[in-house]
Design a protein around this ligand. Structure first.
Ligand code: NIG
Ligand code: FE
Length: 409
């Protein structure tokens, strides 16, 4: 039979009801002793154990051991396809050099660009697969992945092809983003490079059909607000959905630009201006916070509390990359959201599930446990979501199901 009942769940966190903003982010739809039915990889019905057992008695039962069950996590911002590593740079930062100083001196993103250009598709796949296996074990079932370590048409497309191949090689669903405007290549000016992106690399990426989103690093000393706007408008014309690396190191106004361009998300936001908190709250653009990056850079966190209180839709993601944030540890991400960004565990779970799925553009299919959605769910070793930040930085996911199939545990 192609169906089963999922039951003996202490608390079933459904996150039902679509992406949420402001106060509604606290509503995670908990069913005590809840149960659900999976058929052909999809969720057919959700209810109490008694209801489900009565109506679907002919289905076999999957026992969750009286523990917590939640939807799978959607990590909506990563740079996980790259070659090489930058541990020496991390050591430099421990000695006091800043991330932007290292970038200006030809290290940083430029170093990863050199390594990624030299790598084969197979090299990139081999390096990425173990990262994805780790992420899966921590409950990630959907993951956005950016290009951006090529800065030329050939290598950017190579990264996008690698994302497509990785999609078929492991269980996490990968959502591809073209990040051609990640840095200014050496010997170029930002203005000329944006000309090139608009005339060549964005059209080539659109033509390939390999990316759903286009993204840009809008930052002082990288791409200005006007250059970012030009790139984003061109990308929208070519059919891309938009994302923006906004207000990470300086308050340039990238978040306001993202809202004005109707971007799906504005990401980072460490330095977001007060007026742009309001602009995001009044828009459909998701505010995506990446507290692992602030943690790894030793910077102040994004004002996630203020964003939610203003009524924004907030997602939380890892930003895994070899420079500013060499981690994808979801348990640590949960801990930072709760302890240092002052989110409740309910808001944190919404940010990581249904809102993360919305930031990946797939919330109509995944991100919650409700009838009609894909059966992507997690079984934990703990009985209650309160344990997630309490066991600080410890992985409590013991089984992961993707489209109703056990893919970990
Ligand atoms: O999101 N800020 C720009 N991009 C990445 C860092 C990439 C890198 O350092 O390789 C980020 O933090
Ligand atoms: Fe990033």
């Amino acid at each position: 039979m192609n169906g089963f009942r999922v039951e003996h769940i202490s608390r079933l966190v459904t996150c039902a009801g679509g992406p949420k903003r402001g106060r509604a982010m606290r509503e995670i739809g908990v069913l005590e002793d809840g149960a659900f039915v999976v058929e052909h990889g999809m969720i057919r019905a959700v209810g109490t154990r008694r209801q489900i057992a009565a109506e679907f008695s002919h289905f076999p039962a999957l026992d969750c051991g009286g523990k917590l069950v939640t939807p799978g996590y959607a990590d909506s911002h990563t740079h996980l396809v790259f070659a090489g590593e930058r541990s020496a740079e991390f050591a430099r930062r421990l000695r006091g050099d800043s991330y932007m100083d290292i970038l200006r001196q030809g290290g940083g993103i430029a170093a990863t660009v050199r390594a990624t250009r030299a790598a084969s598709e197979e090299d990139l796949i081999e390096q990425a697969l173990p990262y994805l296996a780790d992420m899966l074990a921590m409950g990630v079932t959907v993951c956005e992945v950016k290009s951006g370590y090529g800065l030329d048409v050939q290598t950017e497309l190579k990264q996008l092809r690698v994302i497509q191949r990785l999609n078929r090689l492991q269980p996490i669903e990968l959502i591809p983003t073209f990040l051609g405007a990640h840095a200014v290549p050496s010997g170029e000016t930002a203005e000329r490079y944006i000309d090139f992106c608009c005339a060549e690399s964005l059209p080539a990426a659109a033509e390939s059909g390999l990316a759903r989103f286009a993204d840009i690093f809008c930052e002082a000393g990288v791409f200005s607000l006007a250059q970012s706007e030009r790139y984003l408008r061109r990308a929208a014309d070519l059919g891309f959905s938009l994302k923006v690396h906004a207000d990470e190191m300086s308050p340039l106004g990238g978040a306001g630009l993202a809202a004005a361009c109707r971007a799906v998300s504005a990401d980072h936001l460490l330095q977001i201006r007060a007026e742009d908190v309001e602009a995001l709250a009044a828009s459909e653009t998701i505010a995506t916070v990446l507290p692992l990056t602030a943690f790894c850079l030793g910077e102040a966190y994004a004002p996630a509390r203020k964003l939610i209180d203003a009524g924004a839709m907030l997602a939380a993601a890892s930003d895994f990359n070899p420079g500013s944030c060499c981690t994808y540890a979801v348990p640590l991400l949960v801990f930072l959201c709760c302890l240092y960004m002052k989110l409740s565990i309910e808001e944190t779970l919404t940010a990581l599930t249904v809102n993360g799925a919305a930031a990946c553009g797939v919330a109509e299919r995944v991100g919650s446990i409700e009838a009609g959605k894909q059966a992507d769910f997690l079984v934990y070793s703990c009985p209650d979501e309160a344990f997630l930040p309490y066991f600080s930085g410890v992985n409590q996911v013991v089984r992961v199901y993707k489209r109703g199939v056990k893919v970990y545990g």
